[in-house]
Design a protein around this ligand. Structure first.
Ligand SMILES: Nc1ccn([C@@H]2O[C@H](COP(=O)(O)OP(=O)(O)OP(=O)(O)O)[C@@H](O)[C@H]2O)c(=O)n1
Ligand SMILES: C[C@](O)(CO)[C@H](O)COP(=O)(O)O
Length: 234
């Protein structure tokens, strides 16, 4: 496999978290959330460079986390934009155009090495791939007054990382920017361009911390992961 780079998005405001600090700094198992996320990629031998997309006000604090944890792969701090999509575009402008590029939410600290490797392989094969899990709820589409139940067996919840050949995702973002098209993830832009993407099955542990209830869930996942690691080492 060839090495890849990752753009980690940490420039949001975390409004739904309702915390008094940016959610990247919330402590999970004694470390800031963002440190857990960066560490996964720092530990992955196939990851060559990390681009951190941040708000300028958070730079000092994030730099101190990076220094303290000795994260050696952090290549550049990039100032993010208004929406997630703007932050991705700005991250892409800073990144290396010759590399497979993963795009990951800073707020998803528990993606596993094994998931990264399956995603990476799929991206080498097809040019664009993403992690997702089957939905477990019954999903209703509500349009005006009309309620319709969607066929659950074909529904998946998209996660990150989403990974791409650089030229494909860069072109998609440039097009969306010029045409003023908004999407809630990066794969959606490729879908709109009728470009094939491969779904790689992920895990429910790869959660995104969005609301206050997610903090306890994250502590639980961390404990489960630590326990599984200890068992593997025995
Ligand atoms: N302008 C933005 C918005 C979001 N993000 C990042 O994208 C990821 C996923 O976004 P989300 O969980 O929605 O985070 P926020 O936008 O910070 O949350 P909220 O919508 O509650 O304010 C987060 O790691 C967030 O920091 C970003 O880099 N730039
Ligand atoms: C990219 C994402 O994490 C995939 O589930 C999600 O779409 C981000 O959405 P948000 O509105 O920024 O939470």
């Amino acid at each position: 496999m060839e090495s890849y780079q990752v753009i980690i998005l940490a420039a949001g405001q975390g409004k739904r978290m309702k915390a008094n600090v940016n959610k990247q700094f919330i402590t999970i198992g004694s470390e800031p959330l963002l440190a857990h996320t960066i560490d996964v990629f720092e530990q992955d031998d196939w990851c060559e460079a990390i681009y951190l997309v941040i708000q300028p006000n958070d730079r000092e604090m994030i730099e101190s986390i990076v220094d303290e944890k000795n994260f050696s792969k952090v290549r550049q701090y990039v100032t993010g934009g208004k929406e997630r999509q703007d932050s991705v575009r700005l991250g892409l402008e800073a990144a290396d155009p010759s590399k497979i590029t993963m795009i990951h939410d800073g707020a998803r600290p528990f993606v596993s090495q094994e998931e990264l490797h399956r995603l990476h392989k799929a991206t080498e094969r097809t040019g664009a791939a993403f992690l997702a899990v089957p939905v477990t709820d019954t999903i209703k589409q509500v349009d005006g007054g009309r309620v319709k139940t969607l066929k659950r067996s074909v529904l998946f919840a998209a996660q990150t990382p989403q990974a791409f050949r650089y030229d494909l995702i860069q072109r998609a973002h440039e097009w969306a920017h010029n045409e003023n098209i908004q999407a809630t993830d990066d794969v959606q832009l490729l879908e709109l361009m009728e470009q094939a993407v491969e779904l790689v099955e992920g895990s429910y542990r790869n959660m995104k911390l969005t609301t206050p209830e997610d903090i306890q869930r994250a502590e639980n996942v961390l404990q489960i992961n630590r326990h599984s690691k200890q068992e593997e080492e025995l």
